[in-house]
Write a protein that binds this ligand. Sequence first.
Ligand code: NI
Length: 138
Amino acid sequence: MSELFRFGVSLEKDLLDKFDKVIRKENYSNRSEAFRDLIREKLVKTEWQKKGNVAGAITLVYDHHKRDLLNVLTDIQHDFHNVIISGQHIHLDHNNCLEIIVVKGKPRDIEDLANKLKAAKGVKHSQLSMTSTGKTIR
Ligand code: NI
């Protein structure tokens, strides 16, 4: 654990009021913790612009009755087996499936995979949640 360092931040009162209102709603106990999260978020965003490894999760919702869709999604995932750590398939109802694909690797490969899955005909919703391997942030 590195030592804590204090620093002052100057900003407009109304901006701070709005910020306080938002973080209160999100149950932050103090501004410091909210600032830490904002900084970490910025660091993760920066990680995704570099060439090092990142982690993430891709969620997909689709109708498994759609012709060929399962084959297409499986083929795409096999092409990216090097970045896929695991996958979970949940049968939401008679028609709809939710798939969660956990990924780790180079940002470009992961974004490429996410874009290809999203573009598959019959996928209703897809989202890439970008996070960190945790090695570069505390
Ligand atoms: Ni299913």
